[in-house]
Design a protein around this ligand. Structure first.
Ligand code: SME
Length: 171
């Protein structure tokens, strides 16, 4: 189920509104929550921030927490997207040997880098429950979301990496 262009702009405006009202990890958590509730094929939405060679989960929204709150760069789909600084769309996680399993229902995944100065400083990670749940329209839309949360991600990272901010997650 693609993200239609007509849906994309109002959703980006909603995200701008969230970012103008909230700060820190709370804002990242609200962006995750908004995305999950706005798009039925986004079953679990997380934002990882890059702390050196580790991706740390800063915020998520979904039915369950994940055990993968820290992922080494290079490992899993998330680590691969960070190392290669590019979006990765996995049509069927059962055909991706590097996939780190989180949820039994997950069948597809998209990971989109959050960039600052061209470097991946974090990423948006979304799980879907259908094979081929994601396509280029999700990449385009989520890349626009990633641009919007980039400055906040850079701002939050030092305090989050130092353990002074809690992981923000829930439904
Ligand atoms: N599946 C990811 C790990 C994170 S969970 O999806 C929340 C991966 O392979 O990197």
């Amino acid at each position: 189920m693609p993200v239609r262009a007509v849906q994309s702009m109002p959703s980006l405006l909603q995200i701008d509104s969230i970012l103008s009202h909230l700060t820190g990890v709370e804002a990242l958590g609200e962006v995750c929550r908004f995305l999950r509730h706005e798009f039925a094929h986004y079953r679990w939405v997380g934002i990882y921030l890059r702390d050196g060679e580790t991706l740390r989960l800063a915020a998520w929204s979904g039915p369950q927490a994940t055990e993968h709150v820290a992922i080494p760069v290079g490992q899993g789909i998330c680590g691969k997207a960070a190392r290669e600084n590019r979006t990765i769309v996995v049509e069927d996680v059962r055909s991706a040997p590097e996939y780190l399993a989180c949820f039994l229902d997950t069948r597809a995944e998209i990971v989109v880098p959050i960039r600052s100065g061209g470097q991946a400083v974090g990423e948006i990670d979304i799980d879907g429950n259908e094979v081929k749940a994601f396509d280029a329209s999700d990449d385009r839309f989520l890349s626009a979301v990633a641009e919007r949360v980039a400055a906040l991600s850079v701002q939050v990272l030092p305090e989050f990496a130092a353990g002074r901010l809690p992981l923000r997650g829930g439904g």
